[in-house]
Design a protein around this ligand. Structure first.
Ligand code: GCU
Length: 336
């Protein structure tokens, strides 16, 4: 992990001129009061990312002598991830954690970090995502044009397919099955190549859509499967292991421009620590989630990973299609 570098690559030149003020007061009032930055989150308060943000907040408050802290709003309280991205852009919310595929709507090159089977392990994934030499320019690409600063990425689990009618072993088993995906062109094509029909939808709508038969299943990590009760209504969880996506901590650029240089350095270094602790705690949460899902009747199955990997190979050729994505992909490859 490259401590102290994530922020170094953020572009602050344009954000200073925006002149928007962060939520709360205190940034200009020395350390007399605490600026509380609202962080939107779509999962529950015991999720590893929620724990990481809470720890980050405590350490940030201490490191900035009380100038800044973070307040987490879990469980989609502030809206779906796509909605909270808009709130961050407008400045109504200071920060949000959002899934990588949603960023493709702003800059399609982000897809190179969301492709199936490109990471060998969560450790490989995380060695790439917060290395500014690999992702710095890409992350900076949205501050001026979209009013989004990417602070960095958390691990978001390994995604597998789960369905209502039986395990999925090969692409043929997904024929005609409507599988919820996070909204992106990449995911739609991916699910088509995997044999199913990708149906984009916010996470919070998935339970009802499966229950009413609009969907035959979804694809996600074990935490969502168990915690949102999907395990009760689509109980066949099959280890296709097709995706590891980044979850980005994003901020309104004006919020970050209100930080002093020292405070930014603290935030950078504490964010890096929080990324490491989030990754370290993920496996344990997966084990707990599997147990919980099994207790509610779910079953876990191996799938033919090689068959799925082969099926989605054309997507990599299609999406790694320009100098930017080729350079990033080469570095992902080199980091194996
Ligand atoms: C994962 C990911 C979230 C995302 C969710 C989803 O849990 O960590 O960021 O919102 O999947 O499928 O929507």
């Amino acid at each position: 992990m490259h401590r102290n570098k994530v922020f170094a690559v953020l572009s602050f030149s344009s954000i200073a001129v925006l002149g928007l003020s962060a939520c709360g007061s205190g940034a200009d009032a020395g350390q007399e009061s605490t600026t509380v930055l609202k962080v939107a989150f779509n999962q529950n308060a015991s999720h590893p990312q929620a724990v990481a943000i809470t720890e980050l907040s405590e350490k940030l408050k201490e490191a900035t002598d009380g100038a800044y802290e973070l307040e987490l709003f879990p469980d989609e309280q502030l809206g779906s991830q796509a909605e909270t991205l808009e709130l961050v852009q407008s400045g109504a919310v200071d920060m949000a954690i959002v899934a990588g595929p949603l960023m493709e709507a702003f800059n399609p090159d982000f897809s190179v970090l969301n492709l199936p089977y490109i990471y060998d392990s969560p450790e490989h994934q995380m060695s790439v995502l917060n290395d500014p030499e690999i992702t710095g320019d890409l992350y900076n690409s949205l501050s001026d044009s979209e009013n989004i600063s990417v602070i960095g990425a958390y691990h978001g689990g390994v995604r597998n397919v789960y369905t209502t009618d039986g395990p999925v072993e090969t692409p043929a088993d997904l024929a005609g099955q409507k599988i919820r995906i996070i909204s992106s062109d990449t995911n739609v094509s991916m699910m088509e190549l995997m044999g199913g029909v990708g149906t984009p939808m916010p996470q919070g709508d998935v339970y009802t859509a499966i229950q009413s038969g609009v969907l035959n299943g979804a694809e996600n990590n074990e935490l969502i499967f168990a915690d949102l009760g999907h395990s009760e209504i689509a109980p066949y969880y099959s280890y296709t292991k097709h995706l590891m996506i980044p979850d980005y901590l994003v901020a309104n650029p004006a919020v970050l421009s209100a930080f002093t240089e020292d405070q930014r350095e603290e935030l950078t270094s504490l964010f890096t620590e929080s990324v490491d602790s989030e990754l370290a705690s993920f496996d344990e949460k997966v084990t707990e989630a599997k147990k919980k899902a099994e207790e509610s009747g779910a079953t876990f199955h191996e799938a033919d990973v090689d068959a799925f990997r082969e099926a989605v190979a054309p997507l990599l050729e299609e999406k790694i299609n320009n100098d930017v994505t080729k350079a990033i992909f080469d570095k992902i490859d080199a980091a194996r």
